[in-house]
Design a protein around this ligand. Structure first.
Ligand SMILES: Nc1ncnc2c1ncn2[C@@H]1O[C@H](COP(=O)(O)OP(=O)(O)O)[C@@H](O)[C@H]1O
Ligand SMILES: [Mg+2]
Length: 298
């Protein structure tokens, strides 16, 4: 299979030579005539982090909802094969996708098309995935699922920089990655590994979201439980766009656990506005770089 990270496929846009955040965007490679998977998907975004438990899935789910609310066609792939969260977070624990021919039809809820390993196996089954199985499962999510046309397809990645992340970064023409971190030093130390991995494979980083930034006390003061602005400072020192801070909010956790995304259960809260702002900034950054690429091509 020819992929966008295949040197010959890229020779017309030379995006493999770019080593900056807009490396793909500047060549508009998702519009180049490469023989690439997911041609019918305009933008593909990976939500990643160095550590687990920092809120990737929470952000990915609410990003998907924020985009779908504006009328965009959105898909979400739960690429965390070892710890799928999407079935729980979308309230679809026992749901099973239909089969059409040799393909799976993604489930759909609240305007978001969904695929997760959690829809295919029992949720409490321990799956022992070996490297090649991981790669082939991910490839099936891409080529054997009927995604149809989408404006955005979001990958909720597992933590770290292992087989799954590398398979995705090398198989899929990612428009870019969003990095999620909490402010504390241990999370930041890990997140810098994720940043270097994306840079190494020339996937542009759209920006960084700092989650669990603070807890707002009843008197309105902010308690910076996990440290003060660690994510924001890291973004600045790495030259990454800072997409915003999301506070620790009990309702965010509850919404995740009870299967109604926070953006839907608390649409008007300050936390929802912060998530929405981050989502719109992602859209803005993608559209600017796409427009610049189109101008270059014409
Ligand atoms: N801003 C937040 N406030 C409160 N709880 C949060 C917040 N973000 C995430 N959580 C909770 O923290 C836990 C881990 O989040 P999750 O999105 O599953 O992380 P990851 O995908 O990075 O492993 C979940 O129980 C989730 O509901
Ligand atoms: Mg997760």
């Amino acid at each position: 299979m020819s992929t966008v990270h295949d040197e010959s496929a890229n020779s017309s846009c030379s995006h493999h030579q770019g080593n900056h955040e807009s490396a793909h965007a500047s060549c508009g490679h998702h519009q180049c005539n490469h023989d690439r998977p997911l041609q019918q998907v305009k933008n593909i975004i990976a939500v990643a982090s160095g550590k687990g438990g920092v809120g990737k899935s929470t952000f990915a789910v609410n990003l998907a909802i924020a985009l779908a609310k504006t009328g965009l066609k959105v898909g979400l792939i739960d690429a965390d094969l070892y710890g799928p969260s999407i079935p729980t977070m979308f309230g679809l624990i026992n749901a099973k996708p239909e089969v059409a021919g040799k393909n799976l039809v993604p489930l759909e809820k609240w305007g978001v098309k969904l695929m997760s390993i959690g829809f295919l196996i029992e949720i409490d089954t321990a799956v022992i995935w070996r490297g090649p199985m991981v790669s082939s499962a991910i490839k099936q999510f891409i080529s054997e699922v009927e995604w149809d046309e989408l404006d955005y397809l979001i990958f909720d990645l597992p933590p770290g920089t292992g087989d799954i992340q590398i398979t995705i970064a090398q198989t899929i023409p990612l428009t870019g990655a969003i990095i999620v971190t909490t402010p504390q030093d241990v999370a930041i130390a890990d997140v810098s590994k994720a940043v270097s991995m994306f840079r190494k494979v020339h996937v542009p980083i759209l920006g960084l979201v700092e989650n669990m930034s603070y807890y707002e006390l009843p008197d309105g003061t902010k308690d910076y439980i996990f440290g003060h602005h660690g994510g924001e400072i890291f973004a600045r020192t790495q030259g990454l766009a800072f997409l915003g801070s999301i506070p620790i909010d009990r309702a965010v956790r509850e919404s995740g656990d009870n299967g109604t995304p926070y953006m839907l259960s608390h649409p008007d809260s300050a936390t929802s506005r912060a998530i929405n702002q981050a989502a719109m900034e992602v859209v803005r950054r993608i559209s600017i770089t796409t427009a610049a690429a189109e101008e270059k091509q014409s």
